[in-house]
Design a protein around this ligand. Structure first.
Ligand code: ZN
Length: 394
């Protein structure tokens, strides 16, 4: 189907992510143009899809993906491979946020932007953060301000590491200066200027951010800390962080060993948040896709490395809805509208007239992803991938 085509999806249960009941949805080109209980079939060439028995939801918005690969903490052979288009499409992810990570030495912003543009050409929505784990923040151009103003893909800085042995141990003033720099660059470029924060397992938890805000003229909502479900203590600090005016993000990718070590799975973290009065507009889930996930044996020896999977977002959503009994639209918001709002992406994350046609059709019983439309382009239909990355083979 070409970009200028017209599609009418009839009779699907629409979660925008708010429940809107049974609706017809019309897509023209890359946008949703009409949503109503019964839309007339236009008198011109139009693809009509039967949406009965399916849920129609926004494509997932992933706030953290190592699109060029990440890891590397165990030597060069532990650098993880870069993502491919099908990693996102099979996972229902239509927007990715590319970041570097611990390694901004063998990985570069040049490579990050090149990969972002490759994925955009292949049909995905892609934004990126400049900087990396470390301060002072590395940039592609002369400064992070230049990057936000002149590189369209850059919308913020990160993931900057705090409370982690791999961080550059930034103090309150450094964090406040980074937030102020990013805020001004965001204002001048019309972007949100978010500072993505990697939170490690050190006992200082989120205190470095609270100190930065207490002693300087910056706001907590500028920071977007992730991995808040790393352990139950950090999770409680995360809830306190929201009560102080901030946002928090949970990592969906995990392993049995990591969960056994005390991590709270992302859907469970959302459930605990909702019980603690944390609104779904202030907590999100992201994949941390293509990060390295170490697997240890009982004696604590590193025995394998796996890679964070983008499919984890969908897995957590289904688990949360089917096993934990979380209201579908509340949990859905944490992987669609909420991250889009926090990142300042106005055109995606919701099913709304005028939004990008970033749309998933799910089987109403299994919640399996059947169809993926990204910016009006058909990427997968009835479980069959229609579009592969340039070097992916069928
Ligand atoms: Zn991280």
């Amino acid at each position: 189907m070409s970009q200028s085509s017209i599609t009418l999806i009839q009779g699907a249960q629409v979660y925008a992510p708010q429940s809107r009941g049974q609706q017809d949805v019309m897509i023209v080109g890359d946008r949703i143009v009409a949503i109503a209980p019964q839309l007339p079939v236009p008198n011109i060439a139009c693809r009509v899809i039967d949406g009965r028995g399916k849920w129609l939801v926004p494509g997932f918005v992933d706030a953290l993906t190592h699109i060029t690969g990440g890891g590397g903490e165990g030597g060069f052979h532990t650098r993880t491979p870069e993502m491919q288009l099908s990693d996102a499409i099979l996972a229902g992810v239509t927007t990715v946020t590319g970041v570097l990570g611990t390694d901004a030495i063998t990985r570069s912003h040049q490579n990050l932007i090149a990969k972002a543009r490759a994925l955009k050409t292949e049909g995905l929505n892609v934004v990126c953060h400049t900087g990396s784990y470390h301060l002072p923040a590395k940039s592609l151009m002369a400064s992070i301000e230049d990057d936000l103003l002149f590189i369209p893909e850059f919308i913020g800085v990160g993931e900057v590491a705090i409370s982690d042995h791999r961080s550059s141990q930034p103090d309150a003033t450094q964090l406040a200066q980074l937030a102020a720099q990013t805020r001004v660059a965001g204002m001048l470029s019309g972007k949100r200027g978010v500072v993505s924060i990697h939170v490690g397992d050190a006992p200082s938890l989120l205190q470095p951010l609270w100190d930065a805000v207490a002693s300087h003229d910056v706001t907590l909502s500028q920071f977007y800390p992730t991995h808040i479900n790393r352990n139950a203590t950090l999770l409680l600090a995360g809830f306190e962080h929201v009560k102080r005016g901030g946002y928090i993000d949970f990592t969906a990718s995990t392993t049995d060993a990591i969960l056994a070590g005390g991590e709270v799975r992302a859907s469970e973290a959302v459930m605990r948040g909702l019980s603690a009065g944390i609104p779904e507009s202030h907590m999100s889930m992201s994949t941390d896709g293509h990060a390295s996930l170490p697997v240890f044996d009982d004696a604590g020896n590193l025995v394998a490395l796996t890679v964070g999977e983008m499919a984890s977002l969908h897995t957590e959503w289904v688990y949360g809805v089917q096993t934990l009994g979380i209201t579908p639209e509340k949990l859905l918001r944490t992987l669609t509208q909420t991250p889009a709002e926090i990142l300042g992406l106005a055109d995606t994350g919701t099913i709304a007239e005028g939004s990008f046609a970033d749309v998933l059709l799910l089987d109403a019983d299994s919640l399996d992803i059947q169809t993926v439309i990204c910016r009006g382009q058909w990427m997968m239909h009835d479980g069959v991938l229609l579009k592969l990355g340039t070097f992916e083979v069928k």
